[in-house]
Design a protein around this ligand. Structure first.
Ligand code: Q46
Ligand code: ZN
Ligand code: ZN
Length: 310
């Protein structure tokens, strides 16, 4: 029987990458301590910060919310929650309900942004871009930045874990996307109307986030988004896990090699951001991606309505 390295009681988990067995209580402490260390290491938060936590209702963001809630006094930060209702049928409603139940349980002030307020849902955007995920990504980036800034947050924390981060690195590497590779950082400072963005789970393997919510008995959205089916990121993650099974610790090694050795060699000059002519938000062109999407969706919805009338 494996025993906890700290208290010698029966172990609840065995972390191969750290050659470590821990009981429930000591795993929870280990998990939260690693997040605290990650926040300090990458200067993610400062004392007195107002931190908006983006909670989708999935395991990663729920784990992040609870870990930050446990750490908030030690970090001396104020937390607030932000959830986007993407309007995905049979999925979004439950995600929002879970997030709201957690905010209320933890007494964390929050905001739920419903994309219907802008006149569309992610379901209705199908076909406008290569995949609904591409439109969804634009919406999430735009609204999370805008609303958390309006809520008075200095920092936006998201639940991207080690596996998520490495899957994007691989994807960007395969496409030779130097711009993305240069921007992939655990902590991005505020710039030109964009609030600071941090990923406190960047050193946390996805499986650990799952163990944390399971061991703490936290409710989370177990089902995947219907549009996640067939996503290449799932294949990249499976590949990374195959490597990890054979070589425990390789994922963390890849992260460190990328951030410490490879990324500093990538030089990519990002042009300064402009202001969107329509909404006044930061934008890489004269009209931001979100406003362009809005235009497209209005045209598509109007066409659909005409078709129904004819
Ligand atoms: S929510 Fe949105 Fe994801 Fe669903 S539509 Fe794609 S991007 S899969 S994280
Ligand atoms: Zn123990
Ligand atoms: Zn705009």
């Amino acid at each position: 029987m494996a025993v906890c390295r700290v208290c010698r009681q029966r172990a609840a988990v065995r972390l191969k990458y750290a050659n470590l067995a821990l009981c429930k209580q000591h795993f929870i402490e280990y998990f939260e301590r690693r997040i605290f260390r990650t926040i300090k290491k990458y200067n993610m938060m400062r004392e007195g910060d107002r931190v908006a936590v983006a909670v989708s209702g999935g395991k990663d963001s729920v784990a992040l919310l609870y870990a930050l809630s446990s750490l908030r006094e030690k970090l001396k930060v104020e937390l607030m929650g932000i959830t986007i209702d993407l309007g995905i049928k049979g999925y979004s409603e439950r995600c929002v309900q879970i997030a709201v139940r957690h905010y209320e349980h933890l007494s964390i002030p929050y905001e739920v942004v419903d994309v219907r307020e802008y006149g569309f849902t992610v379901d209705e955007l199908k076909g406008l871009r290569r995949s609904p995920c591409s439109a969804c990504g634009v919406i999430k980036r735009y609204l999370l930045n805008k609303v958390s800034r309006e809520m008075g947050a200095r920092v936006l924390a998201t639940g991207h874990n080690l596996d998520d981060f490495l899957a994007v690195v691989l994807q960007a590497y395969i496409r030779g996307d130097l711009r993305l590779l240069s921007k992939l950082k655990p902590s991005l400072p505020p710039i030109d109307g964009l609030i600071a963005k941090v990923k406190p789970l960047v050193e946390t393997p996805e499986k650990d986030a799952l163990l944390y919510v399971l061991l703490r008995g936290l409710e989370y959205m177990e089902e995947e988004c219907p549009y996640a089916v067939g996503a290449t990121s799932i294949e990249y993650k499976a590949l990374l896990n195959q490597l990890e099974d054979k070589h425990p610790g390789i994922k963390l090694q890849m992260l460190r090699a990328f951030l410490d050795r490879i990324q500093p060699l990538i030089t990519y000059e990002e042009p300064p951001l402009a202001i969107c002519e329509k909404c006044g938000e930061p934008s890489s062109g004269s009209i931001c991606q979100f406003c362009r999407l809005l235009e497209l969706s209005r045209t598509k919805l109007a066409k659909n309505r005409c078709r129904k009338l004819n």
